[in-house]
Design a protein around this ligand. Structure first.
Ligand code: UN1
Length: 512
């Protein structure tokens, strides 16, 4: 155990066998059914986790309903104070949790720490927000009347999160939802259940310390069936789901059928436009991390480079040279740049995508392949690959969650923007240029159609302070910073008459 994993698991309260359903300090026994958390780093079973039953699901929702009645009465700044303590607890556990995320999910230890840092930052953001849940006041058209709006909590927020950011995306939702006065029920990815248990252990101590009821923070480990239960449940006014477009369509449909609210953050097909006026050192650095960071498993990973034809060959050459220096291996070993993909299914999808791009006429720039032998026993380590391709290829139109980068040529900036927008997804986008006209065209009303559009920065690694999410098949939701908090509250318009008459609006006369 050269990375001290056993010690970190102990510090986070992870056992060999864990219950997977909790309303806080209380863990509920769901019966016989268990899943294993397997590390893609070394293929070891880290621990087992019991999965929810419909009975324990019901217990969680009942506890959450009761908790909401109390939690909504706690003044928002006091709710913020609780979130501040959660942020501080995360600071204390940063190294342990970052290590668990890295070991369970396969991202590098540095990126695991970065993910926990995002959690800490969103807690700080939420603390400030707890004093800024502002509504507007309006001028009434009637004398002696006052109009204003208030924001009230929604109730139970269901959170479905993905394996690739097993803890940060939950915290973006939950830290905001809590200061807004909501209670949260979290279904983490069944590929990273231990990260969920670790978080639940951290936060439940703080709720307990403040004598808050069970159910402000609940955890339900389980498969898609738990997602279905949340999506169909009219007691859950908001379901926030992060993951594949396929999953998001199912959640959106089920929640929409009951006219509930969903907040969807789904697939991306993110591109960087590299113009002939780009600073190529920066362009290569941005593209490299964007494409191979997290082994290409971020929603914001760079999947396409749209390169002006005059600099195409140079960019391809310099990227190939940078790829040749990448060190692939155990994510906990800080000398490695690229860790494994999540599991063998992901390896199969990577291999299938490479076959497909070749079959569609793509040409190899950097060859891929699955690594085997010492250090690669899990079978989840793949080589980041690059193909020259065309935007209309079916495989290029599709998000493959693996380190495969497609290079596409263009002549004019108009053409580059059309290629960038010419995919079903709309999460993140970037342009590398020192030419102000190109940069502004890219950001203009006729520019990028994505939720995130950057200049001289890659597509991944968004800061928590901005609203995070995207358009089209990405689902339209916005999480994290800016005014994303509004999704977790209901708006109420109030008109108060302090006069001695009751005039009707719109000048209507209705006298008997
Ligand atoms: C995700 O992949 O779901 O912008 C989230 C980024 C990170 C978050 C990614 N801050 O890459």
């Amino acid at each position: 155990d050269r990375f001290g994993i056993a010690e970190s698991l102990k510090n986070l309260g992870i056992q060999k066998e864990n219950l997977g359903v909790s309303t806080g300090e209380k863990w509920l026994d769901s019966g016989e059914s268990y899943i294993s958390s397997i590390s893609p780093a070394d293929g070891e079973v880290i621990a087992k986790v019991q999965v929810a039953s419909s009975e324990t699901y019901e217990e969680v929702i009942s506890a959450a309903q009761i908790a909401f009645e109390k939690w909504r009465l706690v003044p928002a700044p006091q709710r913020g104070e609780i979130v501040r303590e959660i942020g501080n607890a995360l600071r204390e556990k940063k190294a342990d949790l970052g290590k668990l995320v890295s070991y369970e999910m396969g991202k590098s230890y540095q990126e695991g720490l970065g993910e926990v840092q995002e959690m800490i930052d969103i807690c700080d953001f939420a603390v400030g927000l707890s004093r800024q849940l502002y509504g507007l006041t309006m001028h009434s058209e009637r004398p002696g009347h006052r109009m204003y709006e208030q924001w009230h909590p929604l109730g139970i927020v269901g959170i479905i999160s993905a394996f690739n950011f097993p803890v940060a995306v939950w915290s973006w939702n939950t830290a905001l939802a809590w200061v807004c006065g909501d209670v949260c029920v979290w279904k983490p990815s069944e590929k990273a259940p231990l990260s969920g248990i670790a978080c639940q252990n951290i936060v439940s101590k703080i709720f307990k310390k403040h004598d808050l009821p069970e159910g402000v923070s609940s955890l339900i480990i389980g498969d898609y069936k738990v997602g279905e239960m949340l999506s169909h449940d009219t007691r859950v006014p908001l379901v926030s789901a992060t993951g594949s477009t396929r999953m998001g369509k199912l959640v959106g449909k089920a929640v929409g059928e009951r006219l509930g609210r969903s907040l969807l953050e789904l697939g991306g097909n993110n591109a960087i436009i590299i113009t002939k006026d780009a600073d190529l050192d920066m362009a290569i650095r941005g593209a490299l991390f964007g494409a191979v960071g997290t082994a290409g498993q971020r929603c914001t990973s760079t999947r396409r480079l749209i390169i002006q034809e005059e600099v195409f060959d140079e960019v391809a050459k310099r990227l190939a040279s940078a790829y040749s220096k990448l060190v692939i291996g155990n994510p906990l070993d800080e000398k490695n740049h690229v860790g494994p993909v999540i599991d063998q299914d992901a390896v199969k999808m990577y291999e299938a995508a490479i076959e497909k791009v070749k079959a569609e006429g793509g040409t190899e720039v950097v060859a891929g392949g699955v690594l085997s032998g010492e250090g690669f026993e899990s079978g989840c380590y793949v080589k980041p690959a690059i193909y020259e391709a065309e935007n209309h290829f079916e495989i290029v139109q599709h998000e493959t969650f693996a380190p495969i980068l497609y290079l596409i040529r263009y002549k004019t900036i108009g053409e580059a923007i059309a290629i960038q927008n010419g995919v079903p997804q709309g999460l993140s986008s970037a342009i590398m240029t020192t030419n102000m006209r190109e940069a502004e065209a890219f950001l203009s009303v006729a520019g990028s159609d994505c939720g995130i559009a950057n200049v001289n920065i890659g597509t991944s690694g968004a800061e928590i302070g901005g609203a995070f999410g995207g358009e089209k098949e990405t689902g339209g939701g916005r999480e994290s910073g800016s005014d994303a908090w509004k999704a977790y509250m209901r708006r109420q318009t109030n008109t108060i008459n302090y006069s001695t008459a009751l005039p009707l609006a719109q000048g209507i006369k209705f006298d008997i």
